[in-house]
Design a protein around this ligand. Sequence first.
Ligand code: ATP
Ligand code: MG
Length: 224
Amino acid sequence: MYIIMLGAPGTGKGTVGGLLSKELNIPHISSGEIFRNYIKKHNELGKEIEKYISEGKLVPDELAIKLIEKRLEEKDTENGAILDGFPRTKNQATVLDEFFKNKNKKINIAVDLSLPDEEIIDRIVKRRTCPNTECREIYNMDFKPPKVEGICDKCGTKLIQRIDDNEETVKQRLKTYHELSEGLIKYYKKQDILYTVKLNNKSDLTTKDVVEEIKAYLNKDSIK
Ligand code: ATP
Ligand code: MG
């Protein structure tokens, strides 16, 4: 089962993708996280990636594709994966289809999480992340604060704010997202694998509800 998580920054691709990954027992591959891990290495490649991310710009297609394909060549993705943040451009989507086709595989569903922009900005500036790669828990200072300020409930690591989680960068990320998302949504709609979940901060749709919705959709005979 190969699942694509579409949706603007801050809509919960990581949170929903993480829970889906546990329940379906397939790896959760976040392009943003892969890139952030390269940044941590402080080498030339990491520095180049940081330049784009810190300005809210996309990493160039060629580089993004190379690094994601490298991850998808790893054995744990043989029976499925959840791709969070990739593809981001029409070109990435076409290349990914070709990649899967060569392996006699295909994408089963593209989940589009949708949330109004104003709510996205508010969510992102209040977001805190656990940098421990084994944990990766995500908090929100308003609706999901950690029990002890600044410390991850699950693993005790000091929480961080991502370098791109500030208002200015979020606005740039949203601009880029809107320019590209329409094309991607059309692309998957045409393939009849698009599944949209409409969210808003006031709704009480929890991560678990969203995951259940997606699982119910995946269980329908028509998409198997
Ligand atoms: P969220 O805030 O929900 O994590 P996001 O989409 O803003 O969503 P990431 O997916 O973590 O955050 O991506 C962070 C940054 O990494 C992007 O702003 C972009 O610079 C870069 N990036 C991630 N995926 C891609 C991609 N497929 N192609 C190019 N650049 C990417
Ligand atoms: Mg993410």
